[in-house]
Design a protein around this ligand. Structure first.
Ligand code: NAP
Ligand code: MG
Length: 493
């Protein structure tokens, strides 16, 4: 049995001890400049520790390390069974350190520990799942006539740069690193500036696993400096990025000169659509969670609630009451349902969006203020009297803010659901199977839920339509993203 209190203590002492180094070519060391970046605890506003601020020279070192590990086949020539065992070893270590990793995440990004632990456990599944794929990277035999023999090989891409956001450090690390390694690529991981410590601890575990030198590297530092250096580096073959749509577009432009393969998981403004025959109790309970879980800092948050006229008042009343009762506070208090916003900057952004809604004539029926306490806390906020062209309805806020709108016909519901430049996710709440299936087909989003929200199995693909991204993660589709196909045509000599 893991002693949770002890694991949290270990996480605290790791997170508050000395500044963390870069992990390049199997060695830990400071950046060339020696500069560091502070990491704060958003629940207390106190400094936890610092990480190295990598320079373009450090990025070059990291890419060269990953490059040579790929080029001399140190990793991709390893037998698929052996590669599988390595991934299982990572899964085991992650499992053993689950509580500690979850606690480091909660300390640096404020996610309630109860949620963080659940997510970290699922990440063990991701490594186990892709461990099973190393032995199934099949090609095809092409049915040409008997004079030649043509077949395909599924090959790794090379060096993959993994760039992730702060709102789920272990989640995105696992999604991307597990498949990259399973398919024989080598990796340079760059966590977000606000939440790099979970990834530093992950890199320590990777060191314990003792992968061949250079197969996994970790760089931390300023997003623009490190990000631009990785994206423009000719030695990097693929960028797998999760983050904002703005940075995703910048990466696409920046990667053009070296024609980088890109996988982009970007922002969202997902509809949560409630039909006249929905189970009101269940729907309301999930509706509040859909935009307050992780303090609304979730790419699939249900931030545009579209409710049939007949249920509108009741749902708004229930959401308003639930928002007022939601327990916001210390991520380590087991009763806490929502923690802080990641930073002062992000908190101000959230507040500015709500103010813009007020100025545009919206009604704030619950919340709408910063909490009067230390830490970057914002009240769970319900907004009504909004129209589709308002900023608060159109733009991703990344805070605990839900806008509730009404519709009268199903055509109108579909039109409003799709009235966004994003297309990451949607949920449909109905007891009518025809409504569910018509909406599931009609909604332009990569993930559609019916009578649930946020649930995701690592076996099914995930990714955005429209400006929510390019490519798919998880499941078999991720295998295709991280590999390329070679056709071989053979004739007898
Ligand atoms: P962000 O500002 O776009 O940053 C994401 C990552 O990109 C960070 O590691 C950041 O480093 C790095 N970065 C910054 N500038 C860069 C550059 N010029 N080139 C390459 N990388 C660069 O996003 P965030 O604020 O961390 O996260 C919130 C956003 O992520 C939201 O928009 C959310 O919707 C999106 N998100 C999407 C998904 C999804 O699966 N679709 C999941 C979660 C989050 P620094 O932190 O050091 O600046
Ligand atoms: Mg950022």
């Amino acid at each position: 049995m893991v002693d949770t209190t002890k694991a949290i203590e270990t996480a605290r002492s790791f997170s508050t001890s000395g500044s963390k180094n870069l992990f390049i070519g199997g060695k830990w060391g400071p950046s060339h400049s020696g500069a560091t970046l502070d990491v704060l605890n958003p629940a207390t506003e106190q400094r936890l520790s610092a990480v190295s601020s990598a320079t373009p020279e450090d990025i070059d070192d990291a890419v060269r390390s990953a490059r040579s590990a790929f080029d001399d086949a140190r990793w991709n020539a390893v037998s698929p069974h052996e590669r599988s065992r390595w991934l299982l070893k990572i899964a085991d270590l992650l499992d053993q350190h689950c509580e500690e990793i979850a606690a480091i995440s909660s300390l640096e990004m404020g996610m309630p520990f109860s949620s963080s632990i659940q997510i970290t456990r699922q990440m063990v599944d991701v490594f186990q799942y892709y461990a099973g794929w190393t032995t199934k990277l099949y090609g095809q035999t092409i049915p040409t006539d008997g004079s030649s023999f043509t077949f395909t090989l599924r090959e790794p891409l090379g060096v993959v740069a993994v760039i992730i956001p702060w709102n789920g450090p272990i989640l995105y690390t696992a999604w991307k690193v597990a498949v990259a390694l399973a398919t024989g690529n080598t990796v340079v991981l760059k966590p977000a500036g606000e939440a790099p410590l979970t990834c530093v601890r992950f890199a320590e575990l990777m060191e314990q696993v003792d992968l061949p030198t250079g197969v996994f590297n970790l760089v931390t530092g300023d997003g623009a400096t490190v990000g631009d250096a990785l994206v423009t580096h000719p030695g990097v073959d693929m960028i797998t990025f999760t983050g904002s749509t703005a940075v995703g577009k910048h990466i696409m432009r920046n990667g053009a000169d070296t024609l980088k393969k890109l996988s982009l998981e970007l922002g969202g403004k997902s509809p949560f659509v409630v039909f006249e025959d929905a189970d009101v109790e269940m729907t309301s309970q999930m509706a509040i969670k859909s935009f307050t879980q992780n303090a609304g800092q979730a790419c699939t948050a249900g931030t545009r609630l579209l409710v049939h006229d007949s249920l509108f008042d009741e749902i708004v009343d229930r959401l308003t009451a639930a928002a007022g009762q939601l327990k916001v506070g210390d991520p380590f208090d087991p009763d806490t349902e929502a923690g802080p916003i990641i930073s002062a900057k992000q908190l101000n952004r959230v507040a500015d969006y709500v103010d813009s809604g007020r100025n545009d004539g919206a009604t704030v029926s619950a919340g709408g203020r910063r909490l009067d306490r230390k830490g970057f806390f914002y009240e769970p906020t319900v907004v009504t009297n909004v129209s589709p062209e308002m900023e608060i309805v159109r733009e991703e806020i990344f805070g605990p803010v839900g806008c509730v709108m009404s519709f009268s016909t199903h055509e109108e519901a579909l039109e409003q659901a799709n009235n966004t430049e994003y297309g990451l996710a949607a949920s449909i709440w109905t007891t009518n199977i025809s409504t569910a299936q018509t909406m599931a087909r009609g909604i332009q989003a990569g993930m559609v839920w019916v009578n649930t929200h946020f649930e995701l199995d690592v076996m099914s693909p995930f990714g955005g339509y429209k400006q929510s991204g390019l490519g798919r993660e998880l499941g078999a589709e991720s295998i295709a993203e991280f590999t390329r196909t070679k056709s071989v045509l053979m004739r007898g000599a």
